[in-house]
Design a protein around this ligand. Sequence first.
Ligand code: ZN
Length: 64
Amino acid sequence: MRKCPKCAGRLSPLFFGTECKLCGADLMYYRFDERMEQDAQRAAAQDEKVRRILSKLPFYGKKH
Ligand SMILES: [Zn+2]
């Protein structure tokens, strides 16, 4: 079930417009925004994982 991200109104699964019929929100904009956020979170998680692996290596972080 698709829902409007702004007014949480139900959208028909057969509705492929870019504007919520109930509140006029631009669905394309909202969905794009959501995806960007997910990508940022994934990138941050990946970065954290790499840093954790590197910190376990004995030669990492040694002062010269
Ligand atoms: Zn709406």
